[in-house]
Design a protein around this ligand. Structure first.
Ligand code: FNR
Length: 362
């Protein structure tokens, strides 16, 4: 059957993958209220399209931290991609670079920063989890720099792992034939099987719960790479992130996998954009599945968006070809949305092109 939108990959992935793996990819925390809300909230925003504008040429290119990319659609870090497909992160890296966009590699990838760099050219960011052992962090950041990664996405919403009940029931753990490759040489590449989620236990053992704003400053003393603070959900933290030297902000609720009942990211976006006052770019991830979603995020002030689950699901279904297709479909839908809204370039997308259900009547 022909695939016509990116959401359709989820059902194929569900059929193909072991239950433990599918559940790990798909799940949110606890009641999964935020998981549904990340999608539902997009439907509370409608378009105010402009007509009779010559849209025979559409330019979707943009610049992120100085790097020119083909579209404002990028790949979020998702852990352990070789559980989805033997080529895992390699396939994702190749698909991203073929599409002319940025891939973010997870700290918990099943391929190392060096492995991913060896797949060929491409603009890549490295997502960082801060371990209790700061030597581990410093080494890893240095390796990412040497491997040509262009920015650090510092994940700040995970002092402990959110409670993902499917992972607890399944006793989720990394399959024994795989390792968290970046940590292999540091004896932190394996995950024990526990009578809980193996990942939750791993996080409790290794990840630094004391992480605070001063560590964002510390990180700048060990790297010259720009730092994106990933996991901001309100104005107060947006201001603190900028004060702490962030080069950008990612509005994210970790795909609804951490604290349940936080708002959908698209609901939190505008507050963060206002607080940032144009000082740093603001990005969004969470529930983006349509070109119309991309447009809505940009209309609310995002400089770009990232996708998470669609990548692992398409990877499971069709490997690199699947991820390429996801990026192409989202690109095509976004281009069509721009044309039908009367926008020829990203800077022509304005707040007036949408109306949100929380807006005052005009
Ligand atoms: C994630 N996410 C994530 N974030 C991060 O900073 N480091 C990581 O290793 C992971 N791993 C991960 C695995 C899986 C299976 C998922 C679904 C998510 C969160 C991710 O970067 C992003 O915030 C969300 O996935 C975005 O939401 P959508 O697009 O999945 O709805």
């Amino acid at each position: 059957m022909e695939i016509t939108n990116i959401t359709e990959y989820e059902a194929i992935a569900k059929e193909k993958l072991p239950k433990m793996v599918y559940d790990y990819y798909a799940s949110g925390a606890e009641d999964q209220w935020t998981l549904k809300e990340n999608r539902n909230a997009f439907s509370r925003i409608l378009f105010r399209p402009r007509i009779l504008i010559d849209v025979s040429k559409i330019d979707m290119t943009t610049t992120v931290l100085g790097f020119k990319i083909s579209m404002p659609i990028m790949i979020a870090p998702t852990a352990m991609q070789k559980m989805a497909h033997p080529e895992g992160e390699y396939a994702t890296a190749r698909a991203a670079s073929a599409a002319g966009t940025i891939m973010t590699l997870s700290s918990w990838a099943t391929s190392s920063v060096e492995d991913v760099a060896s797949t060929g050219p491409g603009i890549r960011f490295f997502q960082l989890y801060v371990y209790k052992d700061r030597n581990v962090v410093a080494q890893l950041v240095r390796r990412a720099e040497r491997a040509g990664f262009k920015a650090i996405a510092l994940t700040v919403d995970t002092p402990r792992l959110g409670r993902r009940e499917a992972d607890i029931k399944n006793r989720f753990t990394l399959p024994p034939f795989l390792t968290l490759k970046n940590f292999e040489g540091l004896n932190l590449g394996k995950m024990d099987k526990t009578d809980d989620s193996g990942l939750a236990s791993y996080v409790a053992g290794q990840i630094d719960r004391s992480l605070s704003w001063k560590d964002v400053k510390w990180l700048q003393t060990i790297t010259s790479l720009p730092i994106l603070v990933k996991g901001v959900l309100n104005a107060e933290d947006a201001r603190l992130a900028i004060q702490a030297g962030a080069a950008g902000i990612i509005v994210s609720n970790h795909g609804a996998r951490q604290l349940d009942y936080v708002p959908a990211t698209i609901m939190a976006l505008e507050e963060v954009v206002k607080a940032a006052q144009g000082r740093v770019p603001v990005f969004l991830d969470g529930g983006v599945r349509r070109g119309t979603d991309v447009f809505k995020a940009l209309a609310l002030g995002a400089s770009g968006i990232f996708i998470g689950r669609p990548v692992v699901f398409s990877l499971a279904a069709e490997g690199e070809a699947g991820v390429r297709k996801v990026l192409q479909m989202l690109r095509d839908e976004f281009e069509l949305t721009m044309a039908l809204s009367g926008c020829r370039s990203l800077k022509e997308i304005t707040r007036n092109h949408i109306v949100a259900d929380w807006d005052q009547p005009r």
